[in-house]
Design a protein around this ligand. Sequence first.
Ligand code: ADP
Ligand code: MG
Length: 471
Amino acid sequence: MSAEYVWNQCLSFIEDNIQPQAYKTWFEPIIPVKLHDQALSIQVPSKFFYEWLEEHYVKLLRVALRKELGENAKLVYVIKMENADKSTSFTEQIPSKHKSLFAPQEIDVPITGKDPGLKNPFVIPGIRNIKIDAQLNASYTFENFLEGESNRLARSAGQAVANKPGGTSFNPLLIFGNVGLGKTHLLHAIGVDIKEKNADKTILYISAEKFTQQYVESVKNNTRNDFIHFYQLIDVLLIDDVQFLAGKSGTQDVFFHIFNHLHQNGKQVVLTSDKAPVDMQDIEQRLLSRFKWGLSAELSTPDYQTRVAILKNKLYLDGMEMPEEIIDYIAQNIKSNIRELEGAIISLIAQASFNKKEINLELAQHVVDKFVKNTKKEVSIEYIQKMVADYFEMDLVTLQSKTRKRHIVQARQLAMFFAKRYTKASLASIGSQIGKRDHATVLHACRTVENLADTDKQFKKYIEDLSKKFS
Ligand code: ADP
Ligand code: MG
């Protein structure tokens, strides 16, 4: 008889006696490692796992093992400890802590009481009760989270969750989208709303980064169990930027167990991420599959109307006024990030008051230019051609035409030269986009421009003027 054989026999008995989900969560990850006399050693992924088994499944384990190994069967847990440095991972062996585990008289398994003196960073010491500060930002409300096409699903799912935490199928609710589109705001709004309606619920907002730091600390200080128990007390757990967990398998493991505990107990979990679950990398499959249990809702870039509404709301909240045409100008020009939209307004107000200038369109253009320039990713070949054509007062068709007229050839060569300098496109790709030329033509154009820049003053001026538009 091998450990594997005995354990497989136990498993089929266990599987018949518990819920499939519980079986999957708590028994599938176990690895049988050794059979010695009548003692079976099984490896569990964490200390928490071992505690959970002892607390909830010890009777079942006893029956199963006895069937296989007889009255004197024993169980030993082997715990894989995860260290920051993987090469030093070691194992700890613990005999089942219920000494009388397999004694016939033992019936009730004592459940360990919660330690009232939990050490954790969010506890405000009270006289009797443990109070956990929710870490919520009260100004991030649903009211201030303006609705638009881009956020309708996420916003209403958030409201549904806030109305019935843990009681909808949106558990977990995962909100994802690019930076600056309102993930953190919405996450707080859910928490703030729940807190208003349910004074008794324990809510916690935390970034995945801080969660990770706390976990690492707890491992260092040997308080990992306190850490886990603390998080298991939460009714509504709001974790921001879970993409931060990528590649951190120890933290993912502990989060997996906390998540399972909360979920099984009808507690609400809301997560945000900068990516959809399908695009997340270095997140363990079992965790990803949990993320997909509930609802994934995207925050996309807001349309023009929503941008205007957000700007007006921001101004209203700050007690400021601004001419329509300026709001319009900002909303037209900053499109992909709401934080930048707000940043432009703040900077505009600051510029105007420091320099005692009037807020006018010129100032707005100046401010927006700075914002947009800083965030401009890469100039496109299309943009370069357009700027060159404009500069020489010709249209695009002329620039791309087959003509040999000198000033047109030069404009085309300049466009090729800038495309080479400011984009990552290949010579062949530049050629095909600028008048369907081959790569040799582009190479020749670049050399010609460099030569002319050295010998022709007027031409040098062209290059300088145009460069300003691209860098
Ligand atoms: P993310 O977490 O996605 O990077 P944030 O939640 O920090 O984005 O949002 C950036 C800024 O934009 C915040 O000041 C937030 O209040 C604001 N914002 C985002 N979406 C909206 C919205 N729909 N209505 C009002 N303000 C919004
Ligand atoms: Mg955020």
